[in-house]
Design a protein around this ligand. Structure first.
Ligand code: BGC
Ligand code: ZN
Length: 375
């Protein structure tokens, strides 16, 4: 391979192809930029949908999009104005980049996760190349330093930001309940509250860890019956696993008591709206999944609407993550690593090479989080 190009996994929506491409090796071209060697890249449902051409679009002038948005990398070179990073540091990049419009207050305020115009871009997803390749260049402001002791699990930072932003949204909206102590230590904020996590994939499991760490009594409600490896994993860090095949939604509610929080990490509307019926007093339902479009389903709208009013409930959707969510994810990952090292490491169920991209992206490889390791 010549030194000016490198291998990358490209998606070609116009040709409906996913293949290895020779991509130009990026070089620093501005003082605030950082060159990063990719160490690991995680694969998620979004990547699979992009590979089935549900969404995802190449940058202007390219017929392919380099995919991959869950990256852990190592700094190899820094521009002259980079202050906070040096060669050898571990970093995780954020995903979304602001839209160009002067009137978009969220983007102008570094909150592109709330972009109001829809003209944001996302690395590896929307009009910007991603990280499933050997090197990338990024502005320092979009890179988050990761301590060296998180080398083995740092690739989980990006999927963990989903829970971190979600939980931050919960505290923001629950400011409506004046007795909730805003400044309680993180460990204690959820004390006395019950949380139900829907789904035991990576988003559900990392969400459950986050909720346990923040003091919630946490239940994971997922399809497969016990015993199964995911149930063992979630119970090893203090959550309770309940199978939707053996425990009905009503039984779930009886067992949990008042459901103060539902954290949806399953991406399926049917089970989500079934569980919404048993959300508790003053409860919050957080949606994080992006269901693929399917025919309409009946939902018990009267019960749900009645409850939302009579029980002061709130449903909130959350996408993407701001800088604080990345910082919180990195510090919580350090805490998980101390408290539950084995459970945390076992979230990563397989490490593969770039050559395995087809089975990982297009096959039905099982496991929780599969990653491509590049070194
Ligand atoms: C990524 C987000 C992104 C979203 C929608 C998710 O998989 O984690 O950063 O905003 O997809 O494109
Ligand atoms: Zn915007």
């Amino acid at each position: 391979m010549n030194s000016k190009t490198m291998r990358a996994v490209g998606v070609l929506p116009m040709k409906r192809e996913v293949r290895l491409v020779e991509h130009v090796t990026p070089q620093l071209s501005a003082d605030h930029q950082v060159k990063v060697r990719a160490l690991e890249v995680g694969i998620c449902g979004t990547d699979k949908e992009i590979c089935h051409f549900v969404y995802g679009s190449p940058p202007e002038g390219f017929e392919y999009l380099v995919i991959g948005h869950e990256s852990l990398g190592e700094v190899t070179e820094v521009g002259s104005k980079v202050r906070g990073l040096k060669k050898g540091d571990l970093v995780v990049p954020s995903v979304r980049r602001p839209c160009p419009h002067a009137q978009c207050q969220p983007c102008r305020d570094e909150r592109q996760d709330f972009c109001a115009t829809g003209d944001f871009t996302e690395r590896g997803i929307k009009m910007r190349h991603g990280f499933m390749t050997e090197f990338y260049v990024e502005e320092e402001e979009f890179l988050n330093p990761v301590p060296a002791n998180l080398r083995d699990v740092g690739v989980l930072v990006e999927p963990l930001t989903v829970a971190e932003k979600g939980l931050e949204q919960v505290w923001q909206v629950q400011k409506r309940l004046p007795w909730i102590k805003e400044n309680a230590p993180a460990d204690a904020r959820g004390t006395g509250l019950n949380a139900v996590v829907l789904g035991a994939g990576p988003i559900g499991i990392l969400g459950a860890m986050t909720l346990v760490r923040h003091g919630f009594r946490t239940y994971v409600y997922s399809r497969s019956q016990k015993p199964n490896p995911k149930a063992e994993l979630v119970e090893s860090f203090g959550a309770t696993y309940l199978s939707a095949e053996t425990v009905s939604v009503e039984e779930l509610a009886n067992q949990v008591g008042n459901i103060d929080l539902v954290y949806e990490g399953v991406g399926l509307s049917k089970i989500s709206y079934d569980v919404m019926k048993v959300l508790g007093m003053n409860g919050v339902f957080v949606f994080t999944g992006i269901p693929a479009p399917r025919p309409a389903i009946p939902i018990e709208a009267d019960i749900i609407m009645r409850n939302m009013v009579l029980k002061n409930q709130l449903a909130v959707g959350t996408v993407n993550a701001d800088r604080k969510a990345f910082e919180d994810a990195i510090s919580d990952l350090g805490i998980f690593m101390k408290r539950w090292p084995d459970a945390l490491k076992s979230v990563i169920t397989g490490r593969f090479t770039l050559d395995n991209y087809q089975e990982l992206l297009l096959g039905d490889k099982s496991g929780i989080k599969n990653v491509i390791a590049l070194d």
